[in-house]
Design a protein around this ligand. Structure first.
Ligand code: C2E
Ligand code: MG
Ligand code: MG
Length: 669
């Protein structure tokens, strides 16, 4: 039968020479129909199982299968053009002759659908041949570049819209791509009508069935604009790794860098870390405000950066803490760097019109010697910094293992001192002060004791300094004021004529609320007139003499006497004493001790007492342990004495018993 006759067979049955066909997954019977829908005339044609399988091999892209079947007892060659329609059905249009217009029409149908998809899809699609010439350019590509497809077909993709360095890379990549034929993803900066944008291209290699002389290998590049996504991602990464104030690396970033440095260190190489902490930043911040503090931090970070060796990195951990990472460099070089920073920090920083000094303390640790991991390395540097601070500040220390013990002690104090204050583990002991000429008890000095459930009685020397550093001295100091005032009130009510002196540390005087707290303590105790005196050390006067004088005046107006404790051990000069409104000077017990040794020391003590009396101050000699010491003090006109010769500090009850015993003894004598 000729093609034409076959055509007539189909036309006769269906009223069209290209009826629709369907095949389901369930049956090997091919269904032909003039139109989709139940009402249309249809015909079932059995296929062999291999024919059915061949039809079912059609996928989502329109294609072509030939099947030789029987129709009304006569053989018929059917050309099935179609595709898979859904999970269990295939379909398309059938014709009875090869190469007919209807085959072409059906194929064109599928093709134009595919072309339309390429055009309308919401990503940039560019199809390029192996020489980089554009074959297709979809609508989104047109919109983005402002070019029309018909104007640029056949032109080189690279010269059209890629930057020049992208061009070279692109040519190299696409050449390899064509040679290997593997798909790949690539990010490209593309010149668009909105300026340069970043695109992620998914590139696939496709071979077409072209004839002789027709290019048969293509890139299909489909791209998505990821500019915003990348910007957001970059911002996130930047936020996560940068200190917003200084622009330096932050804690995360420096930890990563140290980790990498450790991992990449060659055998025998070390990784050095400097841990820096400013010494008085909190004070500056409190005094001048945060804006000033922020500017100072920025200036300090610039200054530190200028002290580093090439290749060192600087990070701000937050607050006033910094870390320097030195990947290569000997122990000696690390110390040199630290010293350079310390030298620079000795000079003032000018912030606006204000010049401030802010020293720093530096701890040094090296991997692997002082810590074999990132964490232990940083911890060791931090520990060494802590020790540098503890040993006078404005200095650096290299880590050593025994430092851990000291830091452990700090940690113990930090937790337990707080708890001790909350749980009322503190007590006051009282040591009498006597009038030397008459032996009358003038009053008592209140000295704090810490009764730790874990360690028993702890003396102030072991915790006062830590309380000062951690700021807990504020709470402790108020507790002392309140309790000493109550004790003074109790003694007054019981008929004793006693004053009680309390110790104030320099740190307490930096809080101007101290006078109010003192007033409140007197009020709470109902103590009027004021029977509580204050012992200040010379360090209280050094830092800010004017402020200290103002506070002293306020205390004295309330009726308190002000005593200068440990006189002679600090820096205050006799001439400075003249400017300070004091009542009493307490000669430090080291002078009392020294008088046995040589006559020069005796002469010194004698003249100190003479000058004090000249300035109208009374003098207390503290730490009198022997009768010889007492006799000497009597000889030079010291007014009051205090010391183990008379009594040790003791709880209030014992103090009262001691007073009674003493009165009895004096009555007998
Ligand atoms: P301080 O104010 O100079 O107190 C005198 C210290 O010398 C007391 O030591 C006392 O027990 C001791 N002492 C008294 N007589 C003699 C003696 O004859 N020989 C010897 N060797 N020592 C004697 P303590 O109680 O251990 O206090 C030490 C320091 O702790 C005090 O020195 C004071 O600076 C400080 N402190 C004590 N209580 C407080 C407090 O409540 N607040 C503050 N801020 N500091 C306190
Ligand atoms: Mg004292
Ligand atoms: Mg003293």
């Amino acid at each position: 039968m000729s093609d034409e006759l076959h055509d007539q067979v189909l036309y006769a049955r269906f009223g069209t020479s290209s009826p629709f066909w369907r095949l389901s997954a369930a049956s090997d019977t091919l269904e032909l129909a003039s139109a989709y829908g139940r009402a249309a005339p249809s015909l079932a044609i059995p296929l062999s199982s291999s024919q059915a399988a061949e039809v079912r091999s059609l996928g989502g892209v329109t294609s072509h299968v030939v099947a030789d079947v029987q129709l009304d007892g006569a053989p018929l060659r059917l050309h099935l053009v179609g595709k898979k329609l859904n999970g269990h059905r295939w379909g398309g249009s059938a014709s009875a002759h090869a190469d007919s217009e209807s085959v072409a029409r059906a194929l064109l149908h599928g093709l134009s659908f595919a072309e339309q998809v390429v055009s309308e899809v919401n990503s940039v699609v560019v199809i390029v041949d192996r020489r980089g010439r554009i074959q297709r350019f979809n609508r989104l590509a047109e919109e983005l570049t402002g070019l029309r497809e018909e104007d640029i077909i056949g032109r080189r993709v690279s010269t059209l819209f890629m930057s020049s360095d992208g061009d070279a890379v692109s040519n190299r990549v696409s050449a390899t791509f064509f040679n290997r034929g593997e798909p790949y993803e690539i990010e490209r900066r593309i010149k668009t009508v909105q300026g340069e944008r970043l695109f992620l291209f998914r590139n696939r290699f496709v071979r077409s069935g072209g004839g002789i002389g027709v290019e048969d290998q293509f890139l299909i590049c489909s791209g998505t604009d990821i500019t915003e996504q990348r910007l957001a991602q970059d911002r996130l990464i930047e936020q996560a790794t940068t200190d917003p104030l200084t622009g330096l690396a932050n804690r995360n970033a420096i930890q990563q860098r140290i980790q990498i440095a450790i991992e990449q260190a060659a055998p025998g190489e070390t990784v050095g870390v400097l841990f820096l902490d400013l010494d008085n930043f909190k004070k500056v911040n409190d005094h001048y405000g945060h804006v000033f503090g922020d500017r100072l931090i920025c200036d300090v970070s610039d200054a530190i950066r200028n002290c580093l060796n090439p290749g060192d990195s600087l990070a701000r951990l937050g607050g006033d803490e910094f870390i320097v990472l030195a990947t290569k460099g000997s122990a000696h070089q690390l110390e040199n760097t630290a010293q350079r920073i310390l030298d620079r920090m000795r000079m003032p920083f000018a912030v606006g019109l204000v010049e401030v000094y802010t020293g720093c303390s530096i701890g040094i640790a090296r991997w692997p010697e002082h810590g074999d991991s990132l964490e232990s390395l940083i911890r060791s540097a931090d520990t060494a910094m802590y020790v540098a601070k503890d040993e006078g500040k404005r200095t650096h220390r290299v880590f050593s293992p025994d430092m851990n013990r000291r830091v452990a002690e700090f940690m113990w104090l930090d937790t337990n001192l707080r708890r001790g204050l909350e749980e009322g583990q503190f007590a006051l002991h009282y040591q009498p002060k006597l009038h030397l000429a008459t032996g009358a008890v003038q009053g008592a000095e209140a000295l704090v004791r810490w009764n730790s459930p874990e360690r028993g009685q702890i003396m102030p020397a072991e915790f006062i300094r830590y309380a000062e550093e951690s700021g807990l001295i504020g709470v402790l100091g108020r507790w002392v004021m309140e309790n000493a005032a109550k004790q003074a009130a109790r003694w007054k009510a019981a008929g004793y004529d006693l004053r009680v002196a309390i110790n104030l540390s320099a740190r307490q005087l930096t809080d101007t609320a101290v006078v109010r707290h003192f007033t409140e303590a007197l009020q709470h105790a109902g103590l009027d007139p004021c029977l509580v005196d204050l012992e200040l050390t010379e360090s209280c006067l050094i830092e800010n003499e004017a402020a200290a004088i103002e506070l002293i005046k306020q205390f004295r107006r309330l009726g308190a006497q002000v005593h200068l404790d440990d006189f002679g051990t600090g820096y205050s000069s006799l001439s400075q004493l003249g400017r300070i409104p004091l009542d009493v000077i307490k000669l430090d017990r080291s002078f009392v001790r020294s008088i046995q040794a040589d006559t020069k020391a005796q002469a010194l003590v004698r003249s100190m007492v003479a000058v004090a009396q000249e300035l109208d101050f009374q003098v207390v000699a503290e730490g009198i342990e022997t009768e010889a010491e007492e006799a000497f003090m009597k000889g030079i006109g010291v007014d009051y004495v205090q010391g183990f010769l008379y009594a040790r500090p003791m709880p209030a009850i014992e103090f009262e018993r001691w007073l009674l015993d003493r009165r009895k003894l004096r009555l007998i004598a």
